[in-house]
Design a protein around this ligand. Structure first.
Ligand SMILES: *Cc1c(COP(=O)(O)O)cnc(C)c1O
Length: 618
């Protein structure tokens, strides 16, 4: 049982000095608490009873702070100005008599980090994570047994990058003694060695393992960029994760939304009752609106208008609010959601034209442009679905956007099932209005949809006579910027969940999310091919988000029975939505990984074997 910790806190923190003032980095405040104290409380909770605090720059601050905690003993590195963290640690050579945890003073981490390290059986163990891309990372190279080989801030120094250093390490007393001997030869000429290099040198003779935790939430704070990420993403996420009271039964939803959510998103809905007209709630909605805008564009040019309602509400809001009555809108129809836009246009009596295209073939851009040019009435608006959820067909937004730009057409996009997974740049793609919702790739709860609108375009729609009350886009926008409220009762708890889902989306990053989804998709496709099944849309125009799988031809096959078999096993699949082909659908969105997809394929295999074995009740 380890009960000793060492925190290296001698550094100057010069890259964030403007924020720290004349104090060490450990005294940066999150919710009025110094980050060093947040760390110390986690250590004490994990059973640590003795903490050595290695001081240097402004040591008086730490010495005053230590008066609060009898467990803390400060030790000073006199040469902190001209030496590195290894030299600070070296001061403890004859003081420490046990195994210990070694921490950097500016790491913000979740409790499980300490637990994982303490439970690891290896005597020497470096905690590591997947790559965070946060800037100033220390990369780790390890051998096939996950033993430390090398660490560096420069990628090119390493043959292969296995993980990223977190800044929390477990060391045995014996290895620490070895480490001190090992670095003495450097100290005769140079004291600036950092402890990472000390570890790398020591790893040449001692076994030091690397414990990689892909999902660990943590960060360090070296500069302003780190700090804003710490305060807006990392710390709120850690807090939410540590507050989950009990795990909720996990179902894997392979329907195209609502998707599988994290427990932190589920529990974000459990909040004190609040009237949505309170300023505090207005700020929640303002945060959501602004952050959603930032996922696809710049808040100076674009704004996000929120509605209580499912995704269709947002699509209906755009079409009913922005199309001038004497002008024509061209709707691209290559699936059920394109058809739904036609239905909306019909109901509102809009002047609309339809461009029909096959649901399983790429859009013919050239033909589309010819249709626009040949149209007897000028096409003023174009409406398109990005990812046709009917089949997984991905429409080429960039190319269509370029056509719209050339012909001065206002572009409307239903990005319901692509937003927050497939990167979208509304400005670059020339999109004026985009509709999406909370419960698909954002991995939030159902009940909120939204429109990302170009502000200049939106402002022009004020002249259009409203065709409805609840869904009028301009009224909803105007009211929100004046009052920070929705005009009608919003789904309060769903919005809290959406705020949490946005934080988690920012933590993962849209590119990484799409990479995770794509990996699940590759696993799905390999699996169904191995089982002799085929899917509809060619790979080069496939969204890799939802897949229409062609149903097996077998007298014992029955979609509903197959659905029930999966449902009993915690998986939900979805029926097909095509007239001409018998398909069923599998989406790979939400908080799931390729491991879940492997389990799905194994179940599918056993189901197919059962019906082939003559079991018609399957
Ligand atoms: C999910 C979805 C919608 C909205 O459906 P709702 O049931 O109203 O949430 C609209 N368009 C596309 C492409 C979708 O995938």
């Amino acid at each position: 049982m380890i009960n000793t910790a060492v925190i290296l806190a001698a550094g100057l923190g010069s890259r964030i000095r403007e924020r720290t003032g004349e104090h060490p980095k450990g005294f940066l405040l999150i919710e009025d608490e110094p980050i060093i104290e947040i760390s110390i409380q986690k250590l004490l909770e994990a059973g640590v009873t003795k903490i050595y605090l290695g001081t240097g720059y402004m040591k008086q601050d730490y010495e005053n702070f230590a008066l609060k905690y009898p467990q803390i003993e400060c030790f000073h590195n006199e040469k902190f100005n001209s030496s590195g963290s290894m030299y600070t640690l070296y001061q403890l050579k004859d003081v420490i008599k046990t195994d210990f945890l070694l921490l950097e003073s500016d790491v913000i981490y979740e409790k499980s980090a300490l637990k994982d390290l303490l439970e690891c059986e290896d005597a020497n163990c470096i905690l590591a994570s997947g790559l965070t891309g946060s800037g100033d990372e220390v990369f780790i190279e390890a051998d096939e047994h996950h033993q430390l080989l090398h660490m560096s801030k420069k990628r090119e120094d390493l043959n292969d990058i296995y993980a990223e250093l977190v800044g929390i390490t477990k060391l045995s007393w014996k290895t620490f003694q070895q480490m001190c001997l090992c670095v003495e030869k450097f100290f005769s000429t140079d004291l600036t060695l950092d402890y990472e290099h000390g570890l790398v040198e020591t790893a040449k003779t001692e076994k030091i393992s690397v414990l990689k935790r892909n999902n660990l939430v943590w960060c360090e704070v070296d500069d302003e960029q780190h700090w804003s990420r710490a305060v807006s993403i990392v710390y709120p996420l850690i807090k939410a994760r540590e507050q989950v009271p009990t795990l909720v039964k996990r179902n894997v939803l392979l329907n195209p939304g609502p998707a599988t959510t994290t427990d932190t998103v589920k529990y974000a809905q459990v909040v004190p009752d609040i009237c949505p007209r309170e300023t505090e709630f207005g700020e929640v909605m303002e945060y959501i609106s602004k952050e959603l805008t930032k996922l696809a564009g710049h808040p100076e040019e674009y704004t996000t208008i929120l509605f209580g309602g499912s995704g269709t509400a947002a699509v209906e809001s755009i079409l009913s609010s922005v199309v001038e009555s004497e002008k024509a809108v061209l709707i691209i129809n290559n699936g059920a959601y394109g058809k739904r836009m036609c239905q909306i246009a019909e109901i509102y009596g809009l002047h609309y034209l339809v461009y029909e295209s096959a649901p399983d073939q790429p859009l013919d851009i050239q033909e589309l442009e010819e249709v626009i040019e040949a149209s007897s009435q000028k096409v003023a608006y174009l409406a398109i679905v990005h990812n046709e959820t009917t089949t997984g067909l991905l429409n080429p937004l960039e190319a269509v956007g370029a056509i719209c730009k050339k012909h001065r057409i206002t572009m409307i996009v239903d990005a319901m099932s692509s937003f927050a997974a497939i990167p979208i740049d509304v400005n670059q793609m020339n999109i004026s209005y985009l509709a999406a919702s909370a419960n698909k790739n954002l991995q939030g709860m159902a009940g909120v949809s939204f429109v990302i609108a170009n502000k200049v375009q939106l402002e022009k729609t004020r002249e259009i006579k409203p065709r409805n009350l609840y869904l009028n886009l301009y009224e909803q926008y105007l009211s929100f910027i004046h009052t920070k409220q929705m005009r009608f009762t919003p789904p309060v708890q769903t919005l809290y969940a959406l705020k949490q889902a946005i934080i988690e989306t920012k933590w993962e990053g849209i590119h990484n999310r799409y990479e995770r989804y794509s990996k699940s998709w590759e696993t799905l496709i390999e699996g169904i091919n191995r089982l002799g099944l085929d899917y509809l849309v060619p790979k080069n125009c496939h969204s890799k988000i939802i897949t229409s799988i062609i149903e097996p031809v077998h007298p014992n096959y029955n979609f509903n029975k197959m659905h029930d078999f999966f449902y009993e096993n915690g998986f939900t699949i979805y029926p097909g939505k095509l007239d001409k082909q018998s398909t069923f659908r599998v989406a790979n969105i939400g908080n799931i990984t390729s491991k879940d997809m492997e389990r799905f394929i194994a179940l599918l295999e056993s189901y197919l074997n059962r019906i082939k074995g003559g079991d018609s009740n399957s």
